[in-house]
Design a protein around this ligand. Structure first.
Ligand SMILES: Nc1ncnc2c1ncn2[C@@H]1O[C@H](COP(=O)(O)OP(=O)(O)OP(=O)(O)O)[C@@H](O)[C@H]1O
Ligand SMILES: [Mg+2]
Length: 253
């Protein structure tokens, strides 16, 4: 059995659909029969909540995994996909880890024992390029970058690429961008079209062919503790992430 493919979802800009993409792409992989673990590396705990788990009720969380080397199995809850849960205490992990040796590799170390149990490990990251995100980039084989096309920020993407180069030089030589995903696309506006064109001019075939359009389903589903694939299985929102999963699975074949 080959070890899991580890994908980090990163963009230091907030609200670009990192969490939404982590969960729904993971659910789409699971629908295809893959064994999937999602890791919540964001102290906001949005991924944890979006599978119907209350972060305030957790006895142990990713904080303990990263800081106290608690086994990751102890913080995994089985839902649509398996979720390694987080709560607000994770915000203290950056400080707690700061003075430790190998602080960038805490997540990589934690994943090793479960790597053979899954086909995919999908890591949601916070909207910053701090130590939690660096841990995710160090543990990952690939990075998926969701980009909101309405407020396109090329400078933000360049900053992310610089961080990734630094990680490649010092920590994880083979990590690379799997693709840039246009999210929250409002296909009625000319602005969205132009934004995608600029993205393609700058990043070429690194931009996924899949696009995630704006729909209220993405806000509704997490309230019910579900992915959009379960909440509205035949809707366009679910189809968008199934198409993305196919694009990634076919590309890897
Ligand atoms: N395609 C979409 N259409 C409409 N709303 C969406 C879509 N994708 C995500 N959203 C909504 O946009 C908001 C931000 O999404 P999400 O939480 O996934 O972003 P994020 O990048 O993880 O944010 P943060 O940086 O705070 O972690 C959420 O309310 C989510 O429900
Ligand atoms: Mg998020």
């Amino acid at each position: 059995m080959s070890p899991a493919r580890v994908i980090a979802f990163a963009n230091q800009k907030g609200g670009v659909a990192k969490t939404t993409t982590t969960l729904n792409l993971a659910a789409a992989f699971a629908e295809e029969g893959h064994r999937v673990l999602c890791i919540d590396m964001d102290p906001q705990g949005n991924l944890t909540m979006s599978q119907g788990i209350d972060p305030d009720t957790l006895e142990r969380s990713m904080y303990d995994v990263l800081v106290h080397a608690t086994s990751i199995r102890e913080v995994i809850r089985k839902r649509e996909i398996d979720v390694a849960c987080s709560s607000i205490d994770l915000a203290g992990a950056e400080i707690a880890l700061a003075a430790t040796i190998g602080r960038e590799r805490a997540l990589e170390r934690a994943l090793k024992p479960v790597s053979d149990d899954y086909d995919f490990i999908c890591i949601d990251t916070p909207p910053s390029l701090g130590l939690l995100t660096i841990n995710a980039l160090t543990a990952a084989h690939k990075v998926i970058v969701p980009v909101q096309c309405e407020y396109l920020s090329m400078r933000g993407l360049i900053q992310l690429q610089n961080t990734l180069s630094m990680v490649r030089e010092n920590l994880n030589p083979t990590v690379d961008i799997q693709g840039i995903l246009p999210t929250l696309v409002d296909s009625r506006t000319i602005h969205a079209k132009e934004a995608i064109e600029i993205l393609e001019e700058n990043f070429g075939d690194r931009v996924f062919a899949s696009r995630i359009r704006k729909t209220v389903r993405f806000a509704e589903a997490p309230v019910k503790g579900m992915s959009v694939l379960r909440y509205d299985p035949s809707g366009t929102a679910a189809k968008a992430y199934r198409d993305l999963a196919k694009e990634i699975l076919d590309g890897a074949a």
